[in-house]
Design a protein around this ligand. Structure first.
Ligand code: DAH
Length: 339
């Protein structure tokens, strides 16, 4: 009897199967109701008391190894089927491709470019790493000029200075150096300042610069262009120019648009005045023209500069400038419908 059980243990240990039917047949043969094991347990009663201990142990070993065998064969088979399914069906539809959307800064930049392109402005660009001349000195901001304080930045080299540009006004100078008037260009781009990061300010942001140089350009031309821009961009038809100071323009002004006071948000964003500042502008200072080898006796012009984030925050009611740079898809995908 004991030898028979040992033989069966040997049979179980070498058994192998590759289909579920074979495994099932094996299970029924050994572990089924009328299977080998149940029959042996019935025979157990007839075993002489002296042999019972060994016989009982052998039976348990047989039972465990049969159960383990079934479990192990099933697992091997399942893994093999998974693998086969994975590579097997090449006609299966693939994972859907998630389409992204344009970043709100790109959207607004493109809108601004579009509006100015329609009145003959070209698009120009300049380097983000600038020298002192193009970022400051040529723009009438000589060394030790107090207005430099407001535009501290990140310096890459000292003497001669290389720095991350603080505004896109540097492109004005570069453009005038390489083009003859008439000039009509806008320069969108990234700028940098050594600022504490908050909901309203960041050390990286974007601007669009505008430059118009020709004979007989007047302040009225500037104002009309800005009015056209605000109408197209915001659908608002009232602007005002407040006297201001920029070293590279004379006279200089800050442009406000009349946003209105219809809703609670209007109150909030205009601080109860209805007016909203959107950019700086002015008539190009003759010194700046001279620095770029343009004769201020013959030519005059205007310039303006605006922050893209600020305009995007207004248009889309974005409460915190940091959201632009976090690349959180929950924020970005909200602009999917905007063209
Ligand atoms: N560069 C100025 C700034 O970053 C903005 C500016 C003001 C640009 C007046 C101009 C201008 O071209 O005429 O604060």
């Amino acid at each position: 009897m004991l030898d028979k059980v040992k033989e069966l243990i040997g049979e179980v240990s070498v058994f192998n199967a590759t289909t579920i039917n074979e495994i099932e047949a094996f299970r029924i043969k050994f572990l089924g109701k009328k299977g080998v094991l149940n029959n042996l347990f019935v025979e157990f009663k007839n075993v002489a008391p002296a042999e019972r201990k060994d016989f009982g142990q052998a039976l348990n070993t047989l039972k465990n190894s049969a159960q383990n065998k079934v479990a192990q064969l099933k697992e091997t088979l399942e893994n093999a089927t998974e693998q086969k399914g994975f590579y097997g069906d090449l006609t299966r539809p693939s994972e859907p491709i998630e389409l992204g959307s344009r970043h709100p800064i790109s959207l607004v930049r493109n809108q601004i470019i579009d509006v100015f392109s329609r009145i003959g402005f070209t698009v120009s660009e300049g380097p983000e790493i600038e020298d002192d001349w193009h970022n400051f000195t040529a723009l009438n901001l000589p060394e030790y000029h107090p207005a430099r304080d407001m535009q501290d930045t990140f310096f890459i080299e000292k003497n001669p200075d290389l720095l991350l540009r603080t505004h896109t006004s540097s492109v004005q100078v570069r453009y005038m150096e390489s083009h003859k008037p008439p000039i009509r260009t806008i320069s969108p781009g990234r700028v940098f300042r050594n600022e504490d990061i908050s909901a309203r300010a960041h050390c990286i942001f974007h601007q669009v610069e505008g430059l118009y140089i020709d004979t007989d350009v007047s302040f009225a031309d500037l104002k009309q262009t800005l009015l056209y821009f605000t109408k197209e961009m915001f659908g608002k038809s009232k602007i005002r120019l407040r006297p201001s100071y920029f070293p590279f323009t004379e006279p200089s002004a800050e442009v406000d648009i009349y946003w209105g006071l219809e809703t609670e948000t209007d109150y909030k964003i205009t601080k109860g005045t209805g007016w909203l500042e959107i950019m700086g502008c002015g008539m190009v200072d003759p010194n700046v023209l001279k620095n770029a080898n343009i004769d201020p006796e013959v030519y005059s012009g205007y310039a303006f500069g605006m922050g893209i984030e600020r305009i995007a925050m207004l248009l889309y009611q974005i409460p915190d400038i940091r959201m632009f740079y976090e690349n959180d898809v929950r924020f970005l995908e909200q602009f999917k419908s905007v063209l």
